[in-house]
Design a protein around this ligand. Structure first.
Ligand SMILES: [Fe+2]
Length: 352
């Protein structure tokens, strides 16, 4: 089912080297430009909040979400409820900062005495999806992370890279608390408009795979071979030795934990299944170019994403995005034990 307000957007652009999706972009984007004045007014009406008062800010951000136009709220909530055709949504053309500071060179929040428009919108949408959270090992625990190209990490598999493709992944597949939803707000695109973000839904992936490959991907026959440089300490604790499945949940409620940079098959059969998965990721991908004011939100368990290389000049005009991790309810975390066909009813194992 598509969101009732979504439309086929010309802003979803397959790049020449990528395979366009046969079903097109219907249901992926929502044009928010007609509501710009209303949204701007809703943000301006928020009570002033100290930068240090995180909980007050999140309360005000949640109130802001309630003040947003219904089509926008409906699209976000339908995605959260699993009713949207795709587990990712691009809100196009939300209000932007009147005078945006230069893009940070260190992927850190610039010194600003008030919350930025993009931070308000990221927090509002994150609160509608669940509870935003941070990691000490990533941007020093910022709830809303500022991502911009960093020269030192230009070839890393991280949001600070630019020269290399950020490979298909789900965020934090190796963490104790994997984000359930991610919110990416684009404050400034790369000047050459080269950066392409791609999403592939798990539903589309599974439809491409044989039952045998799906079964293999559900078995612990994959090794988390290394982690992002932010988490070296995790590695020292023995993360590499764990054999994990890439598909989890049930046949009715599957979800995926996979990072092309990290996971390796441990035997030939698993390797064959992984090759099929990687091929399906490319074949079913939907590609978008994020502009200033665009917000991408997605279910991190039910889709995978990647980002193409792009040029960075480190001159204050580079690409700049906000990234917010969201944890949904404990109910969502119990998917393995749902009663068959019933999303909200748990089936408690006999040996509990
Ligand atoms: Fe990511």
């Amino acid at each position: 089912m598509t969101t009732s307000v979504a439309y086929r957007s010309p802003l979803v652009v397959p790049s020449p080297q990528m395979v366009p999706t046969p079903e097109g972009a219907s249901g992926v984007t929502l044009d928010c430009r007609p509501y710009a004045a209303q949204i701007q007014q809703a943000i301006a009406s928020r009570r002033p909040v100290s930068l240090a008062d995180t909980e007050r800010f999140l309360v005000e951000a949640e109130m802001l979400f309630h003040a947003l136009p219904e089509p926008l709220r409906r699209a976000v909530i339908e995605l959260k409820s699993g009713l949207s055709r795709y587990p990712f949504l691009i809100l196009k053309g939300l209000p932007t900062e009147q005078s945006l500071p230069p893009t940070p060179l260190d992927s850190r929040r610039p010194r600003m005495e008030r919350f930025m428009v993009g931070e308000w919108l990221s927090a509002a949408i994150a609160k509608a999806l669940g509870e935003p959270f941070g990691l000490v090992q990533q941007n020093e625990g910022e709830l809303i992370q500022h991502n911009s190209p960093v020269k030192l990490h230009e070839t890393a598999q991280s949001g600070e890279s630019s020269k290399t493709e950020l490979l298909f992944h789900t965020d934090g597949s190796f963490l104790p608390l994997t984000p359930d939803y991610n919110v990416i707000s684009c404050l400034r695109p790369d000047p050459a408009r080269e950066a392409v973000t791609s999403f592939t839904s798990l539903e589309d992936l599974l439809a491409e795979l044989s039952p045998k490959h799906r079964e293999l991907l559900s078995q612990p026959r994959f090794l988390a071979d290394g982690v992002e440089y932010d988490y070296d300490e995790v590695n020292e604790r023995g993360n590499r030795t764990h054999h994990v499945p890439l598909l989890r949940g049930t046949a009715e409620q599957p979800y995926i934990f996979y990072d092309q940079d990290i996971h390796r098959a441990v035997d030939a059969e698993a390797a064959e299944a992984l090759r099929a998965l990687d091929a399906a990721l490319e074949a079913k991908a939907i590609h978008v170019k994020l502009e200033a004011g665009d917000v991408a939100l997605f279910d991190n368990r039910r889709c995978m994403h990647k980002r193409s290389p792009f040029h960075a000049n480190y001159d204050g005009k580079d690409r700049w995005c906000l990234l917010t991790y969201v944890s949904s309810s404990a109910l969502e975390a119990t998917r393995e034990r749902r009663a068959a066909g019933r999303r909200r009813v748990l089936d408690i194992p006999a040996n509990l």
